[in-house]
Design a protein around this ligand. Structure first.
Ligand SMILES: [Zn+2]
Length: 450
């Protein structure tokens, strides 16, 4: 009864590939499902990495665009300042021209004034000469004392007064003109100096702004070049990611095909098992008939004795996967204060408790997950219907992917791995395939007698 198909298939495959094409394909399919899944995982993680890089490039491009916008607004600001400065320089240049013209005009006026002063000097000299000629000397007292009558004296006094006051007036005018001239000259020169210095300031500001603008323009150019190369890099990564997606899909198809092949094999095996069971039942019936006819009835329980499991194996298609107490049923319950749907049956027991395959089938997955812990998935084909059983939280698994198992074969030990609170077996049954949404989950107790 203990048919180790897996081993016999492997040997058959190794020895007679040519003569047994179906079996050979099956043996390689078992390992190829694993290989394909591994390849798919590798591709997925590679794609994830690349997608991460694409996101990085995207954010780099965004940053670059923001920097470009920033630089553009800075350049616009500088350009406005430059325009303003250029306008001011033009104004200053105009003012300098005007002031220079003013200075030139002033110089002309100064020339005129100088001439007037010279003329006045000349007049003064003339008057002095006239007094000298009339009085012999510039001494007014001599002129007055030289009067020959009182009338003459009065005349002379009047004449001297007139000359003296005229002299004084001319002297005052000359001084005033001179002061005015000096003052005007100083003012205009100061004005010109101020204008020149502010024009110099503006020109140095313009120079500074020009160089700032040039630097910003250079930076903008660099950013544009950087963006172009970022876009190229991003496009390359996107192409790579696309190709990986294609490979992923292709592998998904291959995996599904291989799994379908495995399920088909399980179905064929089930037919074969039934045929053999029927043949053995017929043989047993024959033997029993012979035994009955020869008296005594010591029934030999041949098949079950061979199974090295403390779990009693039920007759029929299904058997309980473990001994113990059912602690949680399939359906709504509350775990850690939260209402949730429990998609399986929990069986708990103390000590070293073996876990058995609930029916004949193939191991489609034996792995560790953070939720299920050490978990085994077995596919079964029963009367043309695919079933999947899941054995979770095991302390260890004794089977590997692709392995054929018989009902009641030990596949591992009850444990407390993954999202579990105390040693128990979390057992799930699916009419069809397992899926993360548990869409095909059914109550195991509808099929299996616990
Ligand atoms: Zn559970």
């Amino acid at each position: 009864m203990n048919k180790k198909y897996f081993i016999s298939l492997s040997i058959a495959a190794a020895l007679t590939i040519g003569s047994l094409p179906t079996l050979a394909t099956t043996a390689s399919a078992n390992s190829s499902v694993e290989d394909l899944k591994k390849q798919q995982d590798d591709i997925s993680s590679k794609k994830e990495q690349i997608n991460g890089k694409i996101d990085e490039k995207k954010s780099e491009i965004d940053q670059n665009i923001n920097k470009q916008k920033d630089i553009q607004s800075q350049i616009a600001e500088i350009s406005t300042k430059l325009k303003d400065t250029e306008t001011k320089i033009a104004e200053k240049t105009k003012e300098i021209d005007e002031t220079t013209a003013k200075i030139n005009k002033l110089k002309e006026e100064i020339e005129v004034l100088k001439k007037k002063i010279e003329e006045r000097n000349e007049l003064l000299k003339e008057r002095a000469r006239a007094i000298q000629e009339k009085g012999g000397s510039a001494n007014y007292l001599d002129v007055l004392l030289g009067a020959n009558s009182f009338g003459d004296f009065i005349n002379r006094v009047t004449a001297v007064n007139t000359i003296v006051s005229a002299d004084k007036k001319i002297m005052d005018e000359q001084k005033r003109d001179q002061a005015e001239l000096e003052k005007k000259q100083a003012e205009v020169e100061k004005e010109l100096a101020d204008l020149k210095s502010s024009k110099e300031n503006l020109e140095s500001l313009k120079k500074d702004l020009d160089s700032q603008k040039a630097k910003k323009a250079e930076l903008f150019k660099q950013l544009e070049a950087q963006q172009a190369s970022l876009k190229v890099e991003k496009a390359g990564l996107e192409k790579e990611s696309e190709e990986l997606s294609k490979m992923e899909h292709q592998l998904e198809g291959e995996i599904q095909a291989e799994q379908a092949r495995l399920q088909e094999l399980a179905r064929k095996r089930e037919i074969e098992r039934k045929r053999q069971a029927e043949a053995e039942a017929a043989k047993r019936a024959e033997a029993q008939q012979q035994a009955t006819s020869s008296s005594s009835g010591g029934s030999s329980s041949s098949g079950h004795a061979e199974i090295a499991s403390s779990t009693p194996v039920s007759a029929g298609t299904w058997t309980a996967p473990a001994r113990g107490t059912i602690t949680t049923n399939f359906g709504w319950d509350i775990l850690n204060g939260e209402r949730r749907f429990h998609y399986g049956t929990d069986i708990a027991a103390r000590g070293s408790v073996p876990i058995s395959a609930a029916a004949d089938g193939y191991v489609i997955k034996s792995q560790y997950s953070s939720s299920y812990g050490n978990v085994v998935y077995i596919t079964h084909s029963i009367n043309g219907q695919t079933f999947t059983t899941v054995y979770a939280h095991m302390s260890s698994s004794l089977v590997s992917t692709g392995q054929a198992v018989n009902k009641g074969d030990q596949i591992g030990y009850m444990g407390d791995t993954g999202y579990s609170f105390g040693q128990h077996l979390h057992f799930e049954l699916y009419r069809g395939s397992w899926s993360a949404s548990h869409a095909n989950a059914v109550n195991p107790r509808q099929y299996i007698n616990f």
